[in-house]
Ligand binder design. Sequence first.
Ligand code: NAD
Ligand code: GLY
Length: 355
Amino acid sequence: MKTLLVELGARRYPIHIGAGLLGDAGLLAAQVPGRHALIVSDGNVAPHYLARVEAALLEKNIRSLVLPPGEQEKNLARFADVIAELAALGASRDVTVLALGGGVVGDLAGFAAACWMRGVRFVQLPTTLLAMVDSSVGGKTAVDLPAGKNLVGAFHQPAAVIADTDTLATLPLRELRAGLAEVVKYGAIADADFFKWLEDHADALLARDANVIAEAIAVSCRQKAGVVVRDETEQGERMLLNFGHTFGHAIETEQGYGGLLHGEAIAVGMVLAARLSAHLGRAPVADSERLQALLLRFGLPVTIPPGLSADALFARMRLDKKSLSGALRLILWRGLGQAEVVRDVPEADILAVLS
Ligand code: NAD
Ligand code: GLY
């Protein structure tokens, strides 16, 4: 097991990464210091892994809520379901909410934990690659609205993250690929050596080589934890983690959250952001091509899905959370390993890349 720390002072917490961690009853039981807990999971994850988590918490008063899977379920109605379950449990301030699943379950359960009695203890048990490398770390919790992704949410850090890499064995290949998009993001925005390492280990990652995947998760979490410690509430540097996201979120929203997976949309978004940067003369065209080539090697989409108009996507981009006073702020880059926040990108240039 590798353990990293997110050094947030009194709210510092560990990220444990390793094989078989959900079978470590002692580790799981230690996450619930109070008398009761709510486990939130989804219908794809629960049949594989819920029983082990419940077995570890036998001494506690626990309830489990299994939600239907999918991004379309990350909404206010499901948030209300989690809150109702906490009420049924008679949850008091010493309750622990455990999120067992991917980023959808983590964001939703985390938001409920942030709101219940103005904030209770919350532990992330990520079971997708995307959740292990990104969404379980850093305390962003939210639900989507028809108007936009993650528009209602809170910053609420977990008390611990336990990433059992064995759970990736049951993850559908398409979901593994989607998680790799966020791994590529870390190389693209801040670590050209890691990007090269990903190129060299692409086949091993796709083959789910345990050591290589664990290394990719650890490098990603280390990078994310560093950014979160320096800029927890996204006043500056943390915005860079949204490379590709303004474009990607626009695609997801425009598709009604039922089209591309989040990681797939981010892959397309990163290629668009890179292409825009090259178009504006800020980044080498060759780097943008290298980014696209690695994403293609991971089996990820790199073009806007058919049927989405440039004008509609641009209108969605305006509602991005990084916009200030109606002005769009985009994460562009200077080439591999270097991202930057850019304001006032001419609308015509954005529309040119979207067309
Ligand atoms: P997800 O939670 O929908 O999981 C993907 C699919 O895999 C689901 O169908 C799920 O049921 C299934 N699944 C999960 N683990 C499995 C396993 N081990 N075996 C078999 N099936 C499994 O999606 P995701 O890609 O994990 O997360 C995407 C979400 O994360 C989006 O809503 C995105 O906005 C959010 N996100 C949040 C942050 C953050 O900082 N909070 C960062 C990145 C992404
Ligand atoms: N996924 C972007 C962030 O956590 O800030």
